[in-house]
Design a protein around this ligand. Structure first.
Ligand SMILES: [Fe+2]
Length: 440
């Protein structure tokens, strides 16, 4: 295996960055830098559990999507027996891309270069001129597509390239408690409402990961139109209320926004609320009933948001869930995948209303989405300027805060909702990976 030399300057900088995070500082440079990008590709994405697909995206035999782990393009396909496989999207003969579309249905993939053909599970079954060319020297079983280890949680399929990384269950480390708020809204679980919105942005993926790890601070400013017009039921005076919950040392974090006047389970139809109360644990129900907005990131680059959005100003509106994946394609550049998730067992009427609310708020041209990327592209641009080289940002909110003793959910949980605690945890884990010191 080739080992790529790493410039010793960046190594010592990263150790300094890691110490700075503990003291509440993080460098602007991290958000648009070629060396950092390269290290993330080498040391972060191949070692973490990366989200690949929701099972409902590929419900039938032969269904597939192509996704990424770092810069590796992966085919995620359901075979004839219903089992899901993940394989590197590369022909083992000369390296051509096997599957050129982002989603579809196929029992086999045939390479367009020399014609090697594989089952959708990755097994090599067809080699042109097998007898005449290879004269018995090629064993088909040795040349299947390169398989990728997968693991699932509540319909989410993750892949990992490093056999030493612990199981997904251990990696999530208790964050499942909070993921269930999005994924177990009813006995049948969740499903995607159509394919993801997918677009490219001149934004560092990490800015999105941080924002969705619980940046309640930006909402009344960046999204003030939503507040002022009454589409979003919160007010600037109470918006800081709620909690920041994180799994220490794992990088995962969630912001839980509370509005004193927002009704428990507001924005869900009654029958769905009743079903959620049967599905979730008493502690989860208690948390859910207090939460208006839940916005969380699974380290490194998968996020979820649940919030109400009203089409009639002043009314409670509909609570929707979006799931989003930030795929880095270069320093300061990413591809966004954004899904609307709905409870599988909900009425079609609720699913359509939730999708409409999602689209207006967080679809590609959604009001909240536009507000965010307007800011994020500018942060990314600033990060590239030469003066920024030695500038740090303050991450000192909530430093030294005690855990809220009354909060029933796991992890380190502090008040208020407006907080930097989750971000220090996120960046601490990120620095551990980049330095190369990750305890499995
Ligand atoms: Fe936002």
């Amino acid at each position: 295996m080739t080992t790529w030399a790493v410039d010793s300057g960046i190594e010592s900088s990263l150790r300094e960055i890691r110490e700075g995070i503990k003291e509440g500082r993080f460098p602007a440079r991290a958000f648009n830098d070629q060396q950092i990008f390269d290290l993330e590709q080498q040391r972060l994405f191949p070692r973490t559990w990366c989200f690949l697909a929701h099972e409902s995206e590929i419900p039938s035999p032969g269904d597939y999507v192509t996704r990424y782990i770092g810069n590796n393009n992966i085919i995620v396909a359901r075979d004839e027996q219903g089992q899901i496989h993940a394989n590197l999207n590369m022909c083992r003969h000369r390296g051509n891309v096997m599957c050129k579309s982002e989603m579809g249905n196929a029992s086999h993939f045939r390479c367009s270069y020399h014609g090697w053909t594989y089952k959708n599970s990755g097994e090599l079954i067809g080699v042109p001129y097998m007898k005449e060319g290879y004269e018995g020297r090629l064993k088909r079983k040795d040349w299947g597509l390169v398989n990728v280890r997968i693991d699932t949680y509540a319909g989410l399929v993750f892949g990992c390239l490093d056999p030493r990384t612990p199981s997904l269950e251990e990696y999530l480390g208790g964050f499942q408690f909070y993921l269930d708020l999005y994924l177990k809204q009813g006995e049948a679980g969740s499903e995607v409402h159509g394919p993801p919105d997918h677009w490219v942005a001149d934004t560092d993926w990490k800015i999105c990961a941080e924002n969705f790890a619980g940046d309640g601070y930006h909402t009344p400013v960046a999204h003030q139109f939503g507040f002022n017009l009454g589409y979003f039921p919160s007010s600037g005076s109470t918006h800081s209320q709620g909690w920041a919950a994180s799994i220490p040392g794992r990088g995962h974090g969630i912001g839980l926004g509370h509005s004193p006047n927002f009704p428990p389970f507001g924005g869900f139809p009654e029958e769905l609320t009743a079903e959620m109360k049967r599905t979730l644990s008493p502690a989860q129900i208690e948390v859910f009933s207090k939460v208006r907005t839940a916005v969380g990131t699974v380290f490194p680059n998968l996020s979820f948001l649940m919030q109400p959005f009203s089409l009639v100003p002043g009314e409670t509106g509909v609570r929707f869930v979006t799931m989003r994946l930030y795929h880095p394609v270069g320093p300061g550049r990413m591809e966004m995948y954004s899904w609307c998730l709905v409870p599988r067992g909900a009425s079609q009427e609720y699913k359509d209303e939730a999708y409409k609310a999602y689209t207006l708020a967080f679809g590609q041209a959604g009001t909240f989405e536009q507000d965010d990327f307007e800011n994020w592209t500018k942060v990314t641009r600033s990060a590239k300027s030469t003066m920024v080289k030695n500038i740090d940002f303050p991450y000192i909110m909530g430093m030294g805060s005690e855990r809220d003793p009354d909060f029933p959910g796991p992890g380190h949980v502090v008040r208020p909702y407006v907080n930097d605690t989750n971000f220090r945890n996120l960046w601490g884990r990120w620095a551990d990976y980049l330095v190369g010191d990750v305890e499995p």
